[in-house]
Design a protein around this ligand. Structure first.
Ligand code: XMP
Length: 326
C-alpha cells in the first residue's frame, strides 16, 4: 500500500542500512524537496546528519528565519547556517546581465557550500568519524526528464554536486527518487515539516537576484522584499496560494516614472506582478487574479514601500515570456 507512513518507514530503514555509523551532509535551500529529504534522513540517523544552509541574501522576507527556526524546531536537525550575504553582494556588484548574474550566483553558491562541507568533514575527522554521504532532494521527474527545461537544468547546475572537488567525494542519498511532488508533500506532512515549507511554491535558486532588473544592491533587495511580502500576504489572505503556480514580484530598478504621493511629485520605480498558472513550468498562462485582490496589493505596495510608485501586471503567457524576467 502506498501511504506516506509506509514511505517514511521504508526509507528510514533503507537509509539506516546505507549509512551505518557514518556521517551525512545535506544542503538545505528552504524549498520542499531538500527540506523533506533532510527530515527523512534526520529521522533515520539523527545527529549523524548535518544540514548546511547557505544564506545568499537573495531570499524573500522571513525565509532564512523559517529554515533556522521553524525547520529546526520541527525536525531537531543539526543545522549550520552560512551567512554569505555580503559575499554575494560583492560578487554581484556592477553586474546587470541576466546570464552573468546567474553564473555568478551559481558559482558563489558552489564555493560557499564546498567550504562549509570541508568544515563539516574536518569537524567529523577531529572526532574520528567519516563523512561519506550527501543528501539530494532528487524527485522522480528529475530522474526521468534528465534534460529538463531551462528551469530544471538550472536547478541542477545549482544544487548538484558534480562541481565539488575530488577530495570531497560523497556517495549520494536520494530518498525522494521514486516520488512525485504531491507525494513528497504528503511525506513532508507525515514528518511534520512546517506547512509553510511543505506547500511552498517554486522559487528559483538565484532568488531575488534575478527579480531585480538591473544591478543587485542591498537597498534594492530591501525594496523588492517589502513589495514581495505584501503580494504574498494578500494572495494568501485571498486563499489563492494553491490556485496559482507562483507569482514572481519583479523590481524594475533602472526604470523610473513620475507619480504623485502624499503632497508631492515622486519619481519612483515600478513593481511588476507576474502571477502564473502552470502544470510543469514548461508552459504557463498568466493568472486572471481577481481585480479586488490586485487592487489591494497595488494600494498597499505604493503606500508602504516609498520607493515604489507604480504597480503593473504582466499579462504574457509562456511562451513567449518566461516565468522569471531574467
Ligand atoms: P522560467 O523563467 O524559465 O522558469 O520560465 C521556470 C521555472 O523554473 C524556476 N527557475 C529556477 N529554479 N533555479 C531554480 O531552482 C533557477 O536558476 C531557476 N530559474 C527559473 C522558475 O521560478 C519557474 O518556476
Amino acid at each position: 500500500d502506498w501511504t506516506p507512513g509506509n514511505v517514511v518507514a521504508d526509507q528510514v530503514e533503507a537509509i539506516r542500512a546505507q549509512v551505518g555509523t557514518k556521517r551525512v551532509i545535506c544542503g538545505l535551500s528552504g524549498g520542499v524537496d531538500s527540506s523533506v529529504a533532510a527530515a527523512l534522513v534526520q529521522k533515520a540517523v539523527g545527529d549523524q546528519l548535518t544540514c548546511v544552509f547557505v544564506d545568499h541574501g537573495l531570499l524573500r522576507a522571513d525565509e532564512a528565519e523559517q529554515v533556522e527556526r521553524d525547520f529546526v524546531a520541527a525536525t531537531g536537525v543539526k543545522l549550520m547556517v552560512v551567512d554569505a550575504r555580503q559575499r554575494f553582494l560583492d560578487a554581484l556588484a556592477g553586474q546587470t546581465d541576466p546570464e552573468t548574474k546567474r553564473k555568478i550566483i551559481g558559482r558563489e553558491f558552489i564555493r560557499v557550500f564546498e567550504d562549509a562541507a570541508r568544515d563539516v568533514v574536518a569537524d567529523a575527522g577531529a572526532h574520528g568519524e567519516e563523512v561519506e554521504f550527501l543528501v539530494q532532494g532528487t524527485l522522480y521527474p528529475d530522474v526521468v526528464e534528465s534534460g529538463g527545461g531551462e528551469g530544471a537544468a538550472n536547478i541542477k547546475s545549482h544544487h548538484n554536486v558534480g562541481g565539488l572537488p575530488d577530495d570531497l567525494q560523497f556517495s549520494l542519498i536520494e530518498p525522494l527518487r521514486t516520488l512525485f511532488k504531491d507525494e513528497v508533500r504528503a511525506v513532508g506532512l507525515e514528518l511534520e515539516v512546517p506547512e509553510e515549507i511543505v506547500w511552498r511554491q517554486p522559487f528559483p535558486g538565484p532568488g531575488l537576484g534575478i527579480r531585480i532588473i538591473g544591478e543587485v544592491t542591498a537597498e534594492r533587495l530591501e525594496v523588492l522584499r517589502a513589495a514581495d511580502k505584501i503580494a504574498r500576504e494578500e494572495l494568501t489572505r485571498a486563499g489563492l496560494d494553491r490556485d496559482i503556480w507562483q507569482c514572481p514580484v519583479v523590481l524594475l530598478a533602472d526604470v523610473r516614472s513620475v507619480g504623485v504621493q502624499g503632497d508631492g511629485r515622486t519619481y519612483g520605480h515600478p513593481i511588476v506582478l507576474r502571477p502564473v498558472s502552470s502544470e510543469d513550468a514548461m508552459t504557463a498562462d498568466w493568472t486572471r487574479l481577481p481585480y479586488d485582490v490586485l487592487s489591494v496589493i497595488s494600494t498597499r505596495i505604493t503606500n508602504e514601500v516609498s520607493e515604489v510608485n507604480r504597480v503593473v501586471l504582466d499579462v504574457t503567457s509562456k511562451p513567449p515570456g518566461t516565468i522569471e524576467w531574467e
